[in-house]
Each structure stands twice: as structure tokens, then as C-alpha cells.
Design a binder for this molecule. Sequence first.
Ligand SMILES: *Cc1c(COP(=O)(O)O)cnc(C)c1O
Length: 378
Amino acid sequence: MKFSTQCVHAGQSPDPETGAIMTPIYMSSTYVQESPGVHKGYEYSRTHNPTRTALQNNLAALEGGEFAFAFASGCAATASLFICLSTGDHIVAMDDLYGGTRRLITQVFGRWGITCDFVDLSDSKNLAPALKPNTKLIWIETPSNPMLKLVDISVISKIAHSKNIPVAVDNTFATPCLQQPLKLGADLVVHSTTKYLGGHSDLVGGAIMTHSPEWAERIKFVSNSVGAIPSPMDCFLLLRATKTLAARMKAHCENALQIAQFLEKHPQVERVIYPGLESHPQHPLCKKQMLAAGGMISFVIQGGLGAAKHFTQSTRLFSCAESLGGVESLIELPAIMTHASVPLEARKNLGIVDGLIRLSVGIEDPIDLLTDLDNSFP
Ligand SMILES: *Cc1c(COP(=O)(O)O)cnc(C)c1O
């Protein structure tokens, strides 16, 4: 089955009782057993729920993995993976990454004696010198947030595997529609399904996918032990949303490319960061690794914070809000919104300047979006 067909059908079959074409929302915490210990595969909903099972089968198929586990949020998924590590273990993580992931690593798992080095893995040569005898996980985000740096997943995976270190990729920005890390050699894929997979800004969720039976056992154990699971209602919403993932991503990517090209020509824009532009330092890797460059654009406006704030408050279709990946366009200032918690020094090193604006380009008509941006320059 091709990707867009999997989006619509994988993991789902009509309800055998009624023929209902949509997977029912099984709002049930427990399941009646025929006799003690004899049941239909469902005992208690922290462990299993039929709506969640259908969702997990769908998500596994989309990432080309054997196994998928759904979580209550992207952070819950990330934490449930880090819980598989032990005191004394070391992580090498991408330097430019989701602020909440950095917070989990340093402020939660740091207290448990897990250490981490944040390394610019957009240059694969930086990986080997960062590895330690106790390095137990490589954590990649590509494209990264908000600088949209790319990491060569297959090169990093080869280096890591030569030392028996597993590689996890946060694939939230690309989605399996544009990039499938498991096929490129990664061991684990993590998602904030709140973003493109959910796609409609109406749910918070997360997922982990893998093709490794050993990792699947570990994650299943943690998921059941910790219980950071999504509700059946959220599973249903996400299952409905992934049906249109391929169609939505096509529109996001087409719109974003047009907008990036427009911004690049604008005299009041200092710099546009979009992997689909030839000016992006890793444009060749984008063409090799991704089907298209995605819906996220970062750009630096002339005039610093004042101009950036003015611009952000002037757009009408682009709403000023955190988060991303919904059908509606969003605009935000990383330095004072999503990445305000990143220490100033780290922000400076990464290039998160005050005039940096991040766009999550929606699926509206591109002419309307271009007009909105054009009208918002001072
Ligand atoms: C939003 C996000 C997360 C965290 O997900 P939540 O669903 O908000 O917990 C993790 N990684 C990336 C890249 C994100 O954008």
C-alpha cells in the first residue's frame, strides 16, 4: 500500500458487530471476562483499549515500523523513552531542539543522574568526539526547532550503531509523509502528535514507533507501568486526522515553499531559513532525505525585536500562538515565546535572535497567506 492509502486505511476495519466504518470510541475502563483470566485481549484500559489499538496500528504503518505506542503528549512519549535509561547513562542530543525536551533532559532526568551533551549533529563529524563509554542514546530532531537544521539520519545511525548505541528521531516537524527515520536506520521515532499528525489543533498527544521487538517490550512495559496514555476520544480524533495527513502535508509544503521564496526576495527580510530553498546550507540533504521541505519557515526581519513584534501583531490570517502543524497558519517569536526558557547564551549560539520569526504555514489559499504577510511589513 502506498502512503496516502495507508493513512486512510491502516489499522482500521469496519466494526464486525455493526459495520460502522469509523472505529468506535471505546469509552470503557474495563472488559468483562468470560471466566477468570479468559478474555478477548482486553482487561483494563491503561494496558489496552480498542480505539488506541487501532490508532497504534495506523501509526506503526505510517512510520514503517512494527510497533507503535500512543501517549498522552509528545513530552509523555519522550519521558517514557528516557525512563528506559538508567542512572549513569549519557545522552548525545541535537543542540537545537524542542525546549520541553531540553527541560526534561536537564531538569528531570538530570536529577536522576542521566547526563547529556547538546551537540550540533547537523555536522555528522561532531558525533564521534561526543560519544562516551556510557552513551546510551542519540537523540535527533530534524528539521530542528526553530533553526530548521537538518541531521543526516542514515550517517548518524551508522556511526551510532558501530558503537551499539540506539538512535531516536523526533520526527514531529517532518512527519512520516516527508521522512521515515526507521527506514533510514534509526531505532526509534518519537512524535508530538499534537502537531501535524493531529493537524487540527484540537488534541494533545504523542507516540513512539520502532521496529525493534526489544525496544517495543521496554516501551510497552513503561507505558503500562507509568500509564501516560491518551484517552479513547483523543485516539479517535488522531485516527481521524491521520486519514488526511498526506493531503494536508502536500498543501503545507506547497504553501511554505511559495512563502519562503516570497520572503527571500523581500527587502525587509535579512534571512530566510527553509530547507526547500537553495540558500539553505543543507538543501542537498533535504533533497536526499525528505520528500518535501515541510510547512515550517523561520526568518529574520530587519529591525530586531520591535519590528518582529509589530509584524507578528499585524498579520490577520497568521495567528500569534505557540504550537504548529495545524491546518491554520500560526506565527510566533521563538526568543520570547517557545524558546524563552532556553538560556540566553545557548539561544545566541544557536542563532535565535530577537528578530527571528517562526511560521507554521497552514493549508489556506497561498494568495491569501502571501497578501497577509506582504501587508504586515512596517
Ligand atoms: C511540541 C513538540 C514536542 C512536545 O510535544 P507535546 O505534545 O507538546 O508534549 C516535542 N517535540 C517537538 C519537535 C515538538 O514540536
